[in-house]
Design a protein around this ligand. Structure first.
Ligand code: SF4
Length: 118
């Protein structure tokens, strides 16, 4: 990574997603996280939790994290972009888990369409 940073970006960490994903080992999730946390620029960090849960809610209907990121960019108010990852990841690890979500004790049960949850 230092070699690519030096050769392509003059030794500076870039802030644009398209530049960040050129760095070895950096995908869109990390690129968005760096853009949001290091630069305080608008970005939505989508991981498996954000993708799964936003689709379960019925808030979006997407097939993969990239589609989820693009759908959220259109629909989610920008003031929530930086925070959604930390909120939803914690929620996905503790309550709305991948295999057995705890819908019976979920505080947002009434607002959730539970798409794909049996
Ligand atoms: S009701 Fe169930 S599927 Fe919906 S957010 Fe809560 S835990 Fe997840």
């Amino acid at each position: 990574m230092p070699k690519v940073l030096r050769e392509k970006f003059g030794g500076e960490i870039p802030s644009e997603i398209d530049d960040l994903i050129q760095l070895p080992g950096v995908g869109r999730k990390t690129a968005n996280l760096v853009r949001a946390v290091a630069f305080s620029l608008p970005a939505i960090c989508v991981d498996v939790h954000v993708h799964r849960i936003c689709n379960r809610w019925g808030y979006i209907k997407t097939k993969n994290p990239l589609e989820t990121e693009m759908a959220l960019r259109k629909k989610l108010p920008a003031k929530h972009w930086l925070d959604i990852n930390s909120y939803v990841v914690a929620f996905g690890q503790s309550l709305c888990k991948p295999r057995k979500p705890d819908c019976d004790i979920c505080p947002i049960f009434q607002y959730c369409k539970r798409i794909g949850v049996s």
